[in-house]
Design a protein around this ligand. Structure first.
Ligand code: BG6
Length: 496
């Protein structure tokens, strides 16, 4: 159904996120008939910028980044409802007249005072903008009108800064008004994890330490750091990917069943399991982690230079572009089960997956194939690019003798569903408009994520260059990441 009338307000309307994702997602929603009947987009601009110029620039962005062929009448309908208002986040006084301007606009557009403020701005601007919106009363919910705030990761750079940011936002807006985006939750394959686990009767009985040997989460990227040197060098693979994206996967795979499918229950269970990740002592954190940095190599036929030669990266940088961790979760379901997480840039293949390795069959009744040579039982949740689910198991090779080999049963989305190509933001934006927070991070979940990676951040900082290992661009990552599993008698799942 269509959301209630609303004003969709964009800070950072001239920026990359707006052009590349927000407007193309709004376009797709419009094409699917999922924008409100009374709707307007308000672009917040610094100095009076002509609406026509902004509209043209957004139209160019749409033509460039649209995921579907652009229909002129739909595009004109979306961009036709654009209005510019002036405010400058670095000049608080410029917010003073905003309240009046909104009231006037809302009466004209019939949007009933419902406002969604989308902060498509650098994270340092989240708190200052929110503070100004709060000061002039634009976030106050009254007379049945809702006021919402949308922000996207990074939420802090460590536990202390994440807490400080949450504290500042929560001083002004209530938790139910804040929509913290982790774009992994916009992916169908990620949303499907809960359906796989809880809409089927056969997985949950074996989804625990009695049957699961260990779990591997892999987010390998082919992309090198490229033009993001200044952001990335201050951030690194761990901060950039683990407490957010990898932990979204981890928490969905390991959480207890929520009593109902609503934002409170689901987010409480997710935060609960992240809070149960065992805190590692500094020496354990070093022993249970690998940090790597790429040097020159080839990804496919494309040559990639040393990470340290990337523009805006320090020539003696010790920032990791690859991280692998071993974690454990201290609760009844998972005690003793290792979780291996890895993510890196400039690798040979793009692969995002969760591989659940089940315990081996206990007894070698098939003499010709010793039990340790049976192929491994994996349930693989393919997030990208192999979107689907694969089950690996053993089968008798046809013939007069008993010989056993591993085979795969595969479900692929593309074989079953014909979804129109999307940006991955449609569901998230639609959910903000209908007021459903399930797919957004709550403050406690964000903090639990940082809490779990903080020992690694601290131990790595202290170790400096010690322990930083190299790997070649275009490879599978550092050999030390294989050793991390080999030590426990395991290996990363090979692509078949
Ligand atoms: C972003 C990170 O949050 O996620 C990027 O900042 C990374 O460094 C990206 O490339 C990965 O997203 P996806 O959807 O391509 O796996």
């Amino acid at each position: 159904h269509k959301p209630e009338p609303c004003c969709f307000v964009i800070f950072g309307v001239t920026g990359d996120l707006t052009h590349r994702l927000v407007i193309p997602a709004l376009y797709n929603l419009a094409e699917s008939g999922l924008l409100p009947e009374q709707f307007c987009i308000v672009g917040i601009v610094r100095k009076q910028m002509s609406e026509d110029d902004l509209r043209q620039s957004l139209m160019d962005g749409l033509n460039k980044h649209a995921t579907r062929p652009v229909k002129t009448e739909v595009a004109q309908k979306v961009l036709g409802c654009l209005t510019c208002l002036e405010a400058d986040p670095s000049d608080p006084a410029s917010f003073d007249t905003l309240s009046k301007a909104f009231e006037k606009l809302e009466t004209a557009k019939g949007t009933c005072g419902n406002r969604l403020f989308y902060l498509a701005v650098p994270p340092t601007a989240f708190a200052p903008i929110t503070e100004q919106l709060g000061r002039v009363g634009l976030l106050r919910e009254a007379n049945g009108a809702w006021r919402r705030l949308v922000v996207e990761k990074p939420f802090g750079t460590d536990l202390a800064s994440a807490k400080a940011l949450n504290g500042k936002l929560l001083k002004i807006a209530d938790e139910h008004q804040i929509y913290r985006i982790d774009h992994y939750l916009g992916k169908e394959t990620v949303q499907n994890i809960l359906v796989l686990r809880f809409a089927n009767g056969m997985f949950e009985p074996i989804w625990n330490r009695n049957h699961i040997d260990h779990i591997q989460i892999t987010v390998d990227e082919k992309l090198a750091v490229g033009h993001r040197g200044s952001f990335y060098d201050a951030t690194g693979a761990l901060r950039d990917m683990v407490p957010n994206h990898l932990f979204q996967l981890l928490s969905l795979v390991t959480m207890e069943p929520p009593t109902r499918f609503d934002a409170r229950a689901v987010r409480s269970e997710k935060a609960e399991v992240l809070a149960a990740i065992q805190t590692q002592r500094p020496e354990e954190a070093l022993r249970n982690s690998v940090r790597g940095q790429y040097h020159a190599g080839k990804i496919g036929d494309q040559a990639v230079g040393d990470y340290r030669k990337t523009p805006d990266v320090k020539p003696d940088s010790t920032t990791e572009t690859y991280a692998a961790l071993k974690l454990t979760i201290d609760n009844w379901r998972w005690a003793g089960v290792p979780f291996y997480l890895r993510t890196g840039k400039a690798l040979g293949l793009k692969r995002t997956e969760v591989a659940i390795k089940f315990k081996q069959a206990p007894f070698a009744m098939f003499r010709a194939t010793p039990v340790d040579q049976l192929s491994q039982n994996y349930l693989v949740i393919g997030i990208e690019p192999a979107e689907g689910i694969t089950l690996q198991f053993n089968t008798k090779v046809p013939g007069p003798t008993i010989s056993i080999d591993g085979v795969e049963m595969k479900f692929r989305y593309k074989d079953y569903f014909k979804a129109a190509p999307s940006t991955g933001y449609e569901t998230l934006i639609y959910d903000c408009m209908i007021g459903d927070n399930i797919l957004f991070q709550r403050a406690d979940g964000v903090e639990a994520g940082w809490q779990a990676v903080q020992p690694f951040l601290d131990a790595w900082k202290k170790a400096g260059a010690d322990g930083l290992v190299g790997y070649e661009a275009g490879s599978e990552g550092p050999a030390e990441a294989d050793a991390l599993l080999a030590r426990d008698g395991h290996n990363w799942r090979k692509l078949t």
